[in-house]
Design a protein around this ligand. Sequence first.
Ligand code: SF4
Length: 473
Amino acid sequence: MHRISIFDIFKIGVGPSSSHTLGPWKAALAFLKLLPELGEVASVKVHLYGSLSKTGVGHGTDIAVMLGLEGFDPETIDTADIPFYIGRIRAEKQLELGGAAAGAKIGFDPAAAIVFEARARSFHPNGLTFIARLQSGRKIRRTYYSIGGGFIVREGSVSQLTEGPSFPYPIDCADDLLRCARSAGRSIADIVRANELRFYSEEALNAKIDRYLGVFSSVVHKGCTAPETNLPGGLNVRRRARKMATKLLGEPAAADLAAFNRQLSGLPQDFASVTSWVSCFALAVNEENAALGRVITSPTNGAAGVIPAVLFYYRYFCPGASRRQERDFLLVAGEIGSIFKKNATISAAEGGCQAEIGVSSAMAAAALTEVLGGTVEQALMAAEIAMEHHLGMTCDPIGGLVQIPCIERNAMGAMKAITAANLALQSDPDDAVVELDVVIQTMLDTARAMHTDYKETAEGGLALRVSVAVAAC
Ligand code: SF4
């Protein structure tokens, strides 16, 4: 099960949720491909089960399946146009199946065609079933599960984790990674790079990583320059990143990305400035995510701010930061995410927020440790420390919206990652009592023992104490 590329962990997509937005979107696209002739389709119905039903409206699941059925690609769609497309579908009660070019318009009233069913299917809390009725009367039905981080599996199929080329360094757990690195005398990034070269040429890999680094930059910039409006959904959460960036800079963040980057290059290095900026970066990304903007799933959308916040901490506050090391940062973070994915979960519906913010913090901690010159052992130690202090963290988003506690939680996850990296860099890993694989197993044990109210159902914690009438996004 070792064939996960870092680009399975990092995916360019649309907010607010990887499991509830990106996964269902991809499931709709997969279902489209199954349909023999789009013009033959008379109607389509979608059933959302379990967590997808309970927090689906707040997470934009209904929007995601509609956009998927219209053939839009979450990586390339212009997010500014989403309200228009959804408004058209709702007003006309029609769907352009497979996109306008396919010429297959069908009647589709979202209120009737998208059915929210609170009961969960047995395989995973995030299930969804598509049913297409053809003109001939024949029905095509498929069930998919959105298993976290934008990964989907079709009911009855083999997990996609077993597909793909074999790697020179097969890694299923942290111990495998440590053994490979030790025996090859190479860093984690070098090991992961060697595996990724099974998918890409060196040049293509660097270009792809650079593209992702560019998207991180543009998301942070967008979040720091977006108007201070309320986020959608009815909770009246005000965007703060722009105001915060303006205050910290002493002037508004530049509208031009290159000028904004120049502003960030000369920041004061005192503790208050550093920690405020880390929070600002995280808020900027997750406010974009909550506004259905473009983010990179890392390893989920709800936790999309941790990696860029720590990456930007490295870029702007750590002497000697380089583009080459930023690439290494992503390689290491992606590998740690895939180890969690293989051995536990990155789905809050299965494991609570420890599986999202906890995992992203562990990814960032290991990555930061390596690019700051830590050993392989110290990088793994940093990931262990970061997860250890997220164990048991529940998922209780108010109104099922990925806003409270989610947005601030990214700032906390980023700071914990930085603290974990610094602790590991100052420690001798031989003295560590808990290994990364042990804490991953503990995270899974905790996930299994956690009450379902705290696993992305909006039926416990803050979601229970603070009520809100959720408005369609
Ligand atoms: S509480 Fe955590 S896991 Fe749940 S939606 Fe928010 S960020 Fe994701």
